[in-house]
Design a protein around this ligand. Structure first.
Ligand code: 13P
Length: 281
């Protein structure tokens, strides 16, 4: 496989620093976090997204609006139906009304613990695009699949099935996140080289799905044990356009330090954070 060095320079795409809070933070601690983070990131040159618990979306979105902040709030999951008898589920339009602008879909914890399959995730991606939420589609292999040399096969199948029947002009609005399952919450991140190789494979395959122009515009994030000390090396890779961060996003101090790493990334000065253009559906 080609190294990816010939790819469009990654800095021609915006950098996304995305926190995934999972089932952490109450409304009160979410607002305390924001209070600490907002003043620190006003001048940030990357796009700052936070995927928070459903209960925190409304209060945080309101706080962000009142403080004229560049932080973008989103959800971690949703149902594919526009509404219906689905006890305990939530619809895209409800999230939009609460102030969410994006949604994480297909996270490995949802696939593994809640038995979500590619077809269901595909239906959710379509619903998110239709109802005005920017999807962050997560894909990634298990350690066994990597050991068996199946990584690219797995990524190809997930991309094919999760993005099935989505026209090229809509693909551009999808953020992709490569999250090898063996790296999530393990303190064993993929090396920048391993991550780059998979990101480059994904971009080449996206070009088969939607054309090279579309693939070059799509941002591919890396997730899995991202910390302050490995963020920069990951962002240095030409096909890594951002980071999806679990544990290290829970503290405003460490999350801000990672945002600073993105700012230190060479050439980023030209890519201004612009949350108004984050969702152009
Ligand atoms: P950690 O950063 O805690 O490994 O979690 C990664 C993740 O699952 C982000 O979606």
């Amino acid at each position: 496989m080609e190294s990816g060095k010939e790819s469009m320079a990654s800095r021609e795409r915006p950098i996304y620093i995305v926190g995934n809070w999972k089932m952490y933070h109450t409304i009160q601690t979410s607002l305390e976090f924001l209070n600490e983070l907002i003043p620190k990131v006003r001048e940030a040159v990357c796009r700052i997204y936070l995927a928070v618990p459903f209960t925190s979306i409304g209060p945080m979105a309101k706080d962000i609006e009142e403080n004229d902040s560049n932080i973008v709030i989103g959800a971690q999951n949703m149902h594919n139906a526009s509404e219906g008898a689905f006890t305990g589920e939530i619809a895209a339009k409800m999230l939009v009304e609460a102030g969410a602008e994006f949604v994480i879909l297909g996270h490995s914890e949802r696939r593994r613990l809640f038995h979500e399959d590619n077809a269901f995730i595909n239906a959710k991606v379509k619903r998110a695009l239709t109802d005005g939420l920017q999807p962050i589609l997560c894909i990634g292999e298990t350690s066994q699949e990597r050991e068996d040399g199946m990584t690219n096969e797995v990524l190809k199948r997930q991309l094919t099935e999760c993005l099935d029947d989505i026209p090229a002009e809509q693909l551009e609005n999808v953020l992709l996140s490569y999250e090898p399952i063996w790296a999530i919450g393990t303190d064993k991140p993929a090396t920048p080289e391993i991550a780059q190789e998979s990101h480059h494979f994904c971009r080449e395959f996206l070009a088969e799905l939607g054309g090279k122009e579309v693939a070059d515009k799509m941002s591919i994030l890396y997730g899995g044990s991202v910390k302050v000390d490995n963020a920069k090396a990951l962002l240095d890779q030409p096909d890594i356009d951002g980071l999806l961060i679990g544990g290290a996003s829970l503290s405003a101090v460490t999350f801000n330090e990672i945002i600073s790493k993105a700012a230190a990334e060479s050439g980023l000065e030209d890519v201004k954070a612009d949350s108004d253009t984050a969702v152009e559906l």
